[in-house]
Design a protein around this ligand. Structure first.
Ligand code: PMP
Length: 438
């Protein structure tokens, strides 16, 4: 049952879905298209809702792949983008710009320790490519350790660090080693983080000369199926990597900006402070923006080098990014992600008691996963059922994502303004009628 929401989009006057579909099939990338039977033509967005060409409303429980954090077309973000667009759309690293500098300062204020120097990019892939390059330059070692089932992007080094065959396309990147995934549902050591951490020591001992450039990991694997690193894993791995001369990179592309509810950054739940943090998605609420934040000491590796990115740190994207940070604070969206996410997780966990097909419910805040299996004992992935249910939910007006190595995990990563009503709570009863005049 969909909660009330007071917004009617303006009439749509563009081409119908059938015409767009023809063009998409002829002129756009065929990737992903085979997966969905009824493609939607989305024309409007307002907070946690999306609207198709007929004005039909959908509850967006995927958030454009964990990207829309403040809500679609949040008025403060729109205003900041429009104002900046009217003044100056483009400037580069060669000149000064207040929007870029102010956002860098605001972002640095959200970071722990000495993480104070920001490099802007346009995407998560670019941010991770830069982070891996900096780690290699700083340490003098080409060897990188990443975790199996992780996702870090689709350029050379990031595709190398990504460890799922679904996302690897014959790109050769040497020097990348994949350690065991501390997967608490399917992993060989269950929830024992220290045993998985030992595998990183072994990777360093047997796969490298004993020195490494760095380690990269998501605190909660997003594309990999909402898998949270087992407790105790990160502190122990960070210590092994640092002993081997490497830098520790936290990929916060999905888990940053309050999405996990308990903390602003996903790594904070593990009690570690990385050397480099990468981010994208939520940073711009859907604008093409990414960033790498590191210490002044590590940032020095790029001093007097001509590293630049034409659009990275664009004034429009950074003005939007600053508005996003302000909205997150003003509307206490991290706190909301915690409250609504905990409520939703509880509800989903109770659904698991009733439905055999639910093998696991996991995640934190508004980064939740439901793994579907045809056999709980064998954990056989329920692949076809996942697609079928997702399509049915779309028919019912709810958009969710899917992921995991086998494609059998629902991903629930809505805008952080999601409400308990959106999560299924009955609306509050109407107020009592006023007393009759005496
Ligand atoms: N890291 C993580 C954790 C991601 O989830 C993604 C995108 N799904 C990326 C990096 C790459 O980001 P982008 O698609 O913006 O290049």
């Amino acid at each position: 049952k969909m909660p009330q929401f007071d917004y009617t989009p303006p009439p749509y006057t563009g081409p119908p879905a059938s015409e767009i579909l023809k063009k998409r099939l002829r002129y756009l990338s065929p990737s992903f298209f085979h997966l969905y039977t009824h493609p939607l033509n989305l024309v409007d967005g307002k907070m946690q809702y999306l609207f198709d060409e007929n004005g039909r409303r959908y509850l967006d429980a995927f958030g454009g792949i964990a990207t829309v954090c403040c809500g679609h077309c949040h008025p403060d973000v729109v205003e900041a983008i429009v104002n900046q667009t009217n003044r100056l759309q483009h400037s580069t690293i060669l000149y000064l710009n207040a929007a870029v500098a102010e956002f860098a300062e605001a972002l640095a204020s959200k970071m722990p320790g000495d993480l104070k120097v920001v490099f802007f990019t346009n995407s998560g892939t670019e941010a991770n490519e830069l982070a891996l390059m900096m780690a290699r330059l700083y340490s003098g070692s080409h060897d990188i350790v990443s975790i199996r089932n992780g996702y870090h992007g689709n350029a050379a080094a990031t595709m190398g660090a990504t460890a799922q065959c679904n996302y690897k396309f014959n790109v050769v990147q040497t020097g990348i080693h994949h350690a065991l995934n501390p997967d608490q549902y399917r992993g060989v050591f269950g929830s024992d983080g220290s045993k998985y951490a030992k595998d990183v020591e072994d990777v360093i001992a047997y796969g490298t000369c004993g020195r490494v450039g760095g380690f990269i990991a998501e605190a909660i694997q997003g594309v990999g199926g909402i898998l949270e690193l087992a407790a105790g894993y990160l502190p122990s791995v960070y210590s092994s990597i640092r002993k081997a001369g490497g830098l520790c990179i936290a990929d916060e592309v999905q888990s940053g900006f309050g999405r996990t509810g308990s903390h602003f950054w996903g790594f904070e739940a593990h009690g570690v402070v990385p050397d480099i943090v990468t981010m994208a998605k939520g940073i711009g609420n859907g604008l093409p923006l990414g960033a790498v934040v590191t210490t002044p000491e590590i940032a020095k590796v790029l001093t007097y080098r001509c590293y630049f990115n034409t659009f990275g740190g664009n004034p429009v994207s950074t003005a939007g990014g600053l508005a996003v940070l302000r909205v997150l604070e003003k509307e206490k969206l991290q706190e909301n992600a915690f409250a609504v996410g905990s409520y939703l997780k509880e509800r989903l966990t109770s659904l698991k008691e009733k439905h055999e097909i639910i093998g696991d419910v996991r995640g934190r805040g508004l980064m939740l996963g439901i793994e579907l299996v045809t056999d709980r004992e064998l954990k056989t992935p329920a692949k076809a059922e996942t697609v079928h249910i997702m399509e049915q939910m779309k028919e019912m007006g709810v958009l969710i994502g899917k992921g995991g190595f086998h494609g059998n995990v629902f991903r629930i990563t809505p805008p952080l303004c999601f409400t308990k009503e959106d999560a299924g709570m009955s609306p509050p009863p109407p107020p009592p009628p006023p007393p009759p005049p005496s």
